[in-house]
Design a protein around this ligand. Structure first.
Ligand SMILES: [Ca+2]
Length: 389
C-alpha cells in the first residue's frame, strides 16, 4: 500500500483524521494514546541525559505486534503539513518535496514507546548492561573489523589521537560493526518524534524540538546528497550507519576518509572510522590521556555526596579527590587535569567506581551515559586483547 498516492491518501484521510483527533485528545489529557506507550522498561540502560546518538542495540527487546504496525501517514496531519511549509522556507527547500516527504512518513507507535524515560527508583545495573555489549560474538566481530580496517584505524589515530580501541568500541556497541544499523525508516522515526514525542516525558518539549531540528537536518542532507529520504533506515531515533550518527552529526562531523568524494557512513567503514575519530577530536579528545583511573576509598575521609554531585563532569584535581577520601593510583595522582567520580550501580549489589578523565567525558558526548562510555572502553580493550599478536 502506498500512501504516496494522493488519491489513496484522500480516500483514507477521513478515517485517519478521526483517529488522529482521538490520539491528540488522549495526548492532551496526558494519557498515552496507545496502551503500548504506557509501559516503562525496567532495567533499561541508563540515559541520564537525552542521548545524541541512540544505539540500535539499546532497543527494548519486548515488542508487541500492534506497536510494530505503522500508524497513519503524516499527510493527514495539519500540524505536520504546516511545519513542512515552515521548514521549506527556513531551509530553502522545495515546499512540495518537503510536504511529500513528511507526508509520506508514518506515525510509529513502537518508536514513541521507546522514548519512555527510565524507571525511577530502580537501581541501574552495570553488570547487566556490560553483558549486553561485551561477549564473544561481539569481540570476534571486533577482531575481524580491526583486522579488515587496520590502515584506516591507524591513520585516524595518528591524525586525531583517538585510539583505535575507542573507535572499535563505538562501532561494536552501536551496531556490532555494521551488522545492525537499524530497521526503521529514518523519516518515520524523525517525524514521529517531532510531532508525537510522548507528552508524558518530563522533557517532551525540548526533545520534540531536538527531533524537529534533526528532521530539518535530514531533509537538507538528503536533498544535498541526492539521496531518497524515504529509503534510508536507522535506529528508532533516526541514527544512521555504522556509527549511528544523527543527521546533524553526519553533517557536522562526517568526513570522507576513503577519498571517494562522498561521506558514506552506511557502506564505508573507513568513512565511519574517520568520522567517529573526527567527532571525538571536535569534542577536545586529548592525545595519550587515559579515559579513567582506578579509585579506592578512605572511609574515614569519604565525602561521597560531594564527589558525586558534579556527576560525569570532570571537576576535581587529584588533591581534591584525596581530600574527599578518593584514593588514586600513581598514574591518577599525576593526572594534570580534572577528574569525575563515576559511579556504576550494580542493582542491589555494591556500585563500582572509577575516576573519569576529560577523555571519559568526551566519550559521553557520543551518548550521554557513563555506562555507555564504560561499555565502549571495555569492549575496545577486550577486542585489543583478543587481536592476534
Ligand atoms: Ca568516502
Amino acid at each position: 500500500m502506498t500512501l504516496n498516492s494522493k488519491k489513496l491518501t484522500i480516500d483514507v484521510s477521513t478515517v485517519l483524521l478521526a483517529l488522529c483527533s482521538l490520539l491528540a485528545q488522549a495526548s492532551a489529557q496526558g494519557v498515552p494514546p496507545q496502551t503500548a506507550l504506557a509501559g516503562q522498561t525496567a532495567g533499561k540502560p541508563p540515559d541520564k541525559h537525552p542521548g545524541v546518538h541512540k544505539s540500535t542495540t539499546k532497543r527494548t527487546k519486548k515488542r508487541t505486534a500492534s506497536a510494530e504496525m505503522p500508524g497513519p501517514a503524516y499527510a493527514t496531519r495539519a500540524d505536520a503539513m504546516r511545519a513542512a511549509s515552515e521548514i521549506a522556507i527556513a531551509r530553502n527547500l522545495d515546499p512540495q518535496w518537503v510536504a511529500q516527504t513528511i507526508g509520506a512518513a508514518h506515525y510509529m507507535p513502537v518508536i514513541a514507546k521507546a522514548m519512555a524515560p527510565a524507571a525511577v527508583g530502580v537501581p541501574k545495573n552495570w553488570a547487566a548492561y556490560r553483558s549486553r555489549f561485551i561477549d564473544d560474538v561481539r569481540i570476534k566481530a571486533g577482531v575481524r573489523f580491526w583486522t579488515d580496517n587496520r590502515a584506516a584505524l591507524e591513520r585516524a589515530e595518528q591524525e586525531t589521537g583517538v585510539p583505535a580501541s575507542v573507535v572499535v568500541g563505538i562501532m561494536g556497541v552501536e551496531t556490532i560493526f555494521g551488522q545492525q544499523t537499524g530497521r526503521y525508516r529514518v523519516i518515520d522515526a524523525l517525524t514521529t518524534l517531532t510531532f508525537d514525542f510522548p507528552k508524558t516525558h518530563p522533557k517532551a518539549t525540548a526533545r520534540a524540538a531536538f527531533f524537529r531540528s534533526e528532521l530539518e537536518e535530514y531533509l537538507v542532507l538528503t536533498e544535498r546528497t541526492h539521496t531518497d529520504p524515504l529509503a534510508l533506515r536507522g535506529s528508532y531515533a533516526g541514527a544512521m550507519g555504522l556509527p549511528q550518527f544523527m543527521p546533524s552529526s553526519w553533517t557536522k562531523y562526517g568526513i570522507d576518509f576513503d577519498g571517494d568524494g562522498h561521506v558514506d557512513l552506511f557502506n564505508s567503514p573507513a568513512d565511519a572510522i574517520g568520522s567517529v575519530a573526527n567527532y571525538f577530536k571536535s569534542f577536545q579528545w586529548q592525545r595519550d590521556l587515559p579515559t579513567h583511573y582506578p579509585v579506592r576509598f578512605d572511609l574515614q575521609k569519604l565525602d561521597l555526596p560531594a564527589l558525586l554531585a558534579p556527576d560525569i563532569v570532570p571537576t576535581f584535581t587529584p588533591e581534591e579527590f584525596a581530600a574527599k577520601g578518593a584514593i588514586l593510583d600513581t598514574a591518577g595522582q599525576q593526572h594534570k587535569g580534572l577528574l569525575a567520580l563515576i559511579e556504576l550501580q550494580n542493582g542491589t549489589d555494591a556500585p563500582q567506581y572509577v575516576a573519569g578523565t576529560e577523555n571519559f567525558y568526551v566519550i559521553t558526548r557520543y551518548n550521554w551515559s557513563s555506562y555507555y562510555a564504560m561499555a565502549v572502553i571495555e569492549l575496545g580493550r577486550e577486542v585489543a586483547a583478543a587481536m592476534p599478536k
